[in-house]
Design a binder for this molecule. Structure first.
Ligand code: MLT
Length: 319
């Protein structure tokens, strides 16, 4: 099978694909027009992407393409309908990076409570401020509200339980099977907003969740609450978030994702939200641990292997 990988990809996964007899082309710099050209010229049967967007014109240019694989859980960067119209299956790798994302969420929870980033920045500037930084509220007994108790939400709950946090969640899907094991209670979305000291969002991106957290929802939150978003940028109205933090209506936010994100190859980030005091931002790295990327690469290999053996590829999201 001819495979085009248009993003960074684990070497181990690449070697497995080659050992299976795949003709693999890897070019992490492809995007937009150059990806369109590469898809047409390579006559690839499978296209593997991570951050790279797959738009209808790229899909139109494909001659032999049968499979698009998103090397991650979310697939909002791929036009699944355009792929379906050409009978191209889109598959993802759900669950393979959930632990990595949950670990970053816990990192942000701890960092926000202890103001670790500001501590470090001050020390680097030669400032000693033990008094100012001695006001953390602590995690034990604080309420963590999880919006979306899917695979990532589940892993967050497990870790937060180890910190003796009180756990509540809201979800449009029935997750009651996990409640006893996690010691978590289902409440309404509004109750999560009103009661939680930390609110972490684990919902898919796209039109259905756009600005799920906007001005109205931020008004409901405690003025000491922290919001954490390691899902998709559009889920939070960033302007409303910045306004709420600056007005002292919210404790702060931990953001790994943004409404407008640079391409993987870009080197600049000019979003004003990064400069709001009280916002701790990371570079959409939730899924980026070695463990997670190896697991994702193995899943990509499994999907291609299944397809090569003549069966329907697993995790298809558009048929
Ligand atoms: C995901 O959808 O799993 C993540 O956004 C993956 C990534 O960062 O590439």
């Amino acid at each position: 099978m001819k495979v085009l990988i248009a993003d960074k990809f684990e070497k181990a996964g690449l070697e497995k694909l080659q050992a299976m007899g795949c003709q693999v082309t890897l070019d992490a710099d492809l995007s937009g027009e150059s990806l369109r050209g590469a898809v047409a010229d390579s006559e690839c049967e499978a296209l593997v992407v991570r951050s790279t967007k797959v738009t209808p014109d790229i899909i139109d240019a494909a001659k032999n393409l049968e499979l698009i694989i998103r090397a991650g859980a979310g697939y909002d960067t791929i036009d699944t309908a355009a792929a379906k119209a050409k009978d191209i299956r889109v598959c993802n790798c759900p669950g393979k990076n959930s632990v990595a994302v949950a670990e970053l969420v816990m990192g942000l929870v701890l960092a926000l409570d202890r103001r670790i980033v500001d501590n470090t920045a001050d020390l680097r500037n030669g400032v000693w401020n033990k008094k100012g930084y001695s006001k953390a509220r602590g995690l034990k007994g604080r309420t963590l509200g999880i919006v979306g108790l899917g695979r990532i939400g589940y892993e967050v709950a497990k870790r937060a339980a180890a910190f003796d946090m009180h756990l509540i969640y809201s979800d449009v899907v029935d997750q009651t099977a996990y409640e006893k094991e996690l010691g978590i209670k289902k409440v309404s979305f509004e109750q999560v907003l009103a009661e939680a000291d930390f609110i972490t969002l684990h919902v898919p991106g796209g039109a259905g969740t756009k600005h799920l957290i906007g001005g109205e929802q931020l008004e409901i939150m405690k003025p000491t609450a922290f919001v954490i978003n390691c899902s998709r940028g559009g889920v939070i109205d960033q302007q409303a978030l910045a306004k709420a933090i600056e007005a002292g209506k919210l404790g702060g936010a931990g953001l790994d994702v943004y409404e407008i994100e640079p391409l993987a190859t870009d080197k600049e980030f000019k979003d004003p939200v990064a400069n709001v005091a009280g916002v701790y931002g990371t570079h959409h790295i939730g899924a980026s641990t070695e463990q997670a990327q190896l697991a994702v690469a193995d899943e990509v290999v499994r999907i291609i292997d299944t397809k090569m053996k003549g069966s329907a590829p697993p995790n298809c999201v558009n048929m």
